[in-house]
Design a protein around this ligand. Structure first.
Ligand SMILES: *Cc1c(COP(=O)(O)O)cnc(C)c1O
Length: 443
């Protein structure tokens, strides 16, 4: 058998090892290197299938003995180049794109969990992910224990069970803006012999690189800052390459025992530090099929090219907006890790020294009713079910993204009924603040 990193393995190779170049350069150039006479810009391979000279060669592809493309549900050159870029940005060994962030988190978890298993998850996570874990995955027989992100080490430790297979958390939680205590969560996961999966959507690798803090798997909703222009729903899973599956053989048979659907291949042995992505592609994507269209991957790549520039401006603008809101007495509270008063200021400085993201959470005097009046009065900032694109936008989670949750579940996720989530865009700062001022005047 030829040992190849068939899926996504190009990431580390093309990058000449981990992070040979600065992340800003990788945003622009990583993942795609045209050869003589080839298109300078990443082409869109809008093809479901690939041609071969012999059926024998195609057979080897199906047995994962040879690298190559055979069907776009498993691999596509455009998608792969963008995945390779994201792997380079995170400093991972391999990555795959998915058609949404939901698919990325689901695939990452079910790649190591099946019926009868258990997950430890931070309670401060995106509403859609909370529902995925708390409802849909439970129906599939996967149990969960949610923990308060700021619980003690002992409380976190007590959440683990014999059948726990992974830990899940967000680096900055959407929308409650909790900055993850990486050391606490990583240590807990590893002391129980399981990987930790971190959704790094909000800070992006430009501001936070979870692998540097010991995280094993990183996920993204690329729909947000990575795409950045609100054009394409998408997701990504990135492998850190450091988790030793073979050292925990009994816990992860899917990784360490033969897969009969590929003539007995053992992912951990054959693919080593890209075993997770290879397995997720070869099994989960093959069977469930949430792939992005190459056209969406192309748009995502254009977004990634300017990610580092945009993140800088998002953070600069959000800092000014947070300071403005804090100084206005019609605002009851503001949560932005860049504020010295934030509970998460020191932690953010430790794990995200360049900045956090452009999202500011706050509450206005007068609760839910005043919040609605404020939002309806905004002119520049639009009310949308979105976050993290170039245009300033605003959302009331309790009545939209989190409306399926009960009050006590809302409380658990750190989403108060009066919470307004403001996603600060990259427009000129004075115009953004002017808009907020005139809307505050209306309440
Ligand atoms: C939006 C979001 C998701 C879900 O991603 P989709 O691309 O909308 O499926 C997951 N996690 C976080 C942190 C998000 O903000």
């Amino acid at each position: 058998m030829i040992l190849v990193n068939m899926f996504g393995g190009r990431a580390a190779e093309e990058n000449g090892g981990k992070m040979a170049r600065h992340i800003n350069t990788n945003c622009v150039q990583a993942g795609y290197e045209p050869k003589n006479g080839e298109a300078r810009v990443l082409p869109i391979y809008q093809s479901t299938t690939y041609k071969y000279e012999s059926s024998e060669q195609m057979g080897r592809l199906f047995d994962l003995e040879e690298a190559g493309y055979f069907y776009t549900r498993l691999q596509n050159p455009t998608n792969d180049a963008v995945a390779a870029k994201i792997a380079a940005l995170e400093g991972g060994t391999a990555a795959m794109l998915t058609s949404s962030g939901q698919a990325a988190n689901f695939y990452a978890m079910i790649n190591v969990c099946s019926a009868g298993d258990h997950i430890v998850s931070s309670a401060a996570i995106y509403g859609g992910t909370f529902n995925l874990i708390n409802v849909t995955m439970k129906k599939l027989g996967i149990d969960v224990t949610f923990v308060e992100p700021d619980c003690s080490e002992a409380e976190l430790d007590a959440a683990f069970k014999e059948n726990t297979k992974c830990v899940f958390a967000e680096s900055i939680s959407n929308p409650s803006m909790v900055v993850l205590d990486f050391d606490k969560f990583v240590n807990a996961a590893h002391s129980h012999g399981v990987p930790i999966i971190v959704d790094n959507t909000f800070p992006t690798p430009v501001n936070c690189r979870p692998f540097e803090y010991g995280v094993d798997i990183v996920t993204h909703s690329t729909t947000k800052y990575m795409d950045g222009h609100a054009t394409s729903v998408g997701g990504a899973i990135v492998e850190g390459g450091t988790f030793d599956w073979l050292a925990h053989k009994d816990k992860f048979p899917g990784m360490t025992e033969p897969d009969e659907s590929y003539h007995g291949i053992c992912y951990a042995q054959v693919f080593g530090n890209t075993a997770f992505i290879n397995k997720a592609t070869a099994q989960i994507m093959r069977d469930l099929g949430s792939i992005p269209s190459p056209n969406n991957a192309f748009l995502l790549n254009i977004g990634l090219e300017t990610l580092f520039l945009r993140m800088e401006r998002h953070c600069e603008n959000a800092q000014k907006v947070a300071e403005f809101l804090q100084s206005d007495d019609r605002v009851v509270w503001v949560e932005y890790p860049g504020l010295k008063e934030s509970k998460y200021h020191e932690r953010a400085k430790k794990y995200m020294p360049k900045g956090t993201c452009g999202v500011v959470s706050f509450g206005v005097k007068g609760g839910r009713e005043a919040a609605t009046k404020f939002m309806d009065s905004l002119k520049l900032a639009a009310i949308v079910t979105h976050v993290a694109d170039v245009r300033t936008c605003v959302l009331h989670p309790a009545s939209t993204t989190h409306r399926q949750l009960t009050d006590s579940q809302l409380d658990e996720c750190g989403v108060s009924p009066d919470l307004i989530r403001l996603s600060v865009g990259i427009e000129y700062i004075d115009d953004i603040i002017e808009d907020l001022k005139q809307a505050l005047d209306q309440i």
